[in-house]
Design a protein around this ligand. Sequence first.
Ligand code: PLP
Length: 385
Amino acid sequence: MPEFLPFARPDITSREVEEVVATLESGWLTTGPRTRSFEATFAKRVGAQHAVAVNSCTAALHLALEAIGLTPDDEVIVPTLTFAATAEVVRYFGARPVLVDVRDDDHQIDASAVERAWSAKTKAVIPVHFAGQACDLAPILELARDRGAIVIEDAAHALPARYRERTIGSIGDITCFSFYATKTLATGEGGMATTASEEWADRMRMMALHGISKDAWKRYTAEGSWYYEIVAPGYKYNMTDVAAALGLVQLERLDAMLARRTEIATRYRQAFSDDERLELLATHDDRDHAWHLFVVKLKHEALSIDRNRFIEILKERGIGTSVHFIPLHCHPYYRSTYQLQPDDLPVAHALYQRSVSLPIYSAMSDADVDRVIAAVLETLDESVR
Ligand SMILES: *Cc1c(COP(=O)(O)O)cnc(C)c1O
C-alpha cells in the first residue's frame, strides 16, 4: 500500500523556513515591517491601490462589510455553493444573507439569480470565484453600479486569477483573499483585503486592530508613542510578521506554484475530459484560472456507485479527496433560520451530490498525479453500470 496522498499540502521550501527563522530572530513577531512589506508587494501583484493584511479571509470579509456600513436591515446576496465564511459574516451584523443558486456548467454564482434576488434592501453582493476561476463579474458589477450596491469579492480561491485582462483584486469594490493552509498562497492562517478606496482601507486597517486611531502597531517602536485613542470598538484581526514572512516568500513563488497546478490540471483534463462517466467544470477563454480546486462530477446514470462510495474507494486506494461545498442552504442553521429546503436552490444541491475535488497542489509529483488518475479510472471501470 503506497503512502496516503493527502487532499492538500502546503508547498513550503527552505526559503520560507529561513524567512520565518529570520523573523523569529528579529525580535519582532507581530504586525510590523514584514506585514507592511507583504501588503505593498501583494497590492502591486494584483494591481490594487491598497491592501490590508489580516489573520483570515473571514476577517477580511467581516471588515469589508463593516467598512461599507452594513446594518441589520440590509441584505447581502451570496451564492449558496460556498464555505461558511461567505455568509456568516453577514449574520455578524444581524443582516440577511440572501442565498442564490449557481450555474450548472462552471459552479459560479448565477448573475440572473442575483438579479431575481435583488430587493430594495440589497446593500452588497459577495460573489465567490469558485475553484479559482473568476465568476462572470461584469453583469454583477453592472447591476450593483446601477442600483447603488457594493461588490465584495470572495477571492479565497482566486490567487492569482484574471477576468477579461484584469487581475482579481483590482476589479470589485473590495476583494478578500485567504492564506489558509490549503489555499494557493499559504501562511497557515491569514487573509488580505484589497480596494481602490483609501477610506475603506483606512477603516479596515483601524478596525483590524481594536479601532485604535493611528498605526497602533507602532506604539512599541522607536517612532511610536504610548499614547493612542480608541475611536471605535474594533476587532483583533491583525496579521503577524511571522505569517507575513511566509507570505512574502510564497508571493515570490506564486507564479511558479501556479505553473505547476496548471500542469496538473492539464493532465487531469487530458485523462478525464472525454470520459463518459465524468463531467468537468467549464472553463472560459476570458479568464485565467488559479486552479485552487479540480472538481469532477460523477454521472450517476453511468455508474453503479454514488459519490460517497466513490470517495471511500479512493480513500482505500490511498487518495485524499474533498467536496466543495455542502451548499449553505442545506446546513441546519440556514435551513431553519430561513426555512430553506434543498430543492429551493436545486442546481447547487444537485452539483453537491455529484462533486468530488481531487488533489491539486504544487507539491505533488508526477507520480502522485499518475496515481490519482489511475485510481479514478480504476474506480470508474469497476463501477460501470
Ligand atoms: C477558505 C475560504 C474562506 C475562508 O478563508 P479563511 O482564511 O479560512 O477565513 C472563505 N471563502 C471561501 C470560498 C473559502 O474557500
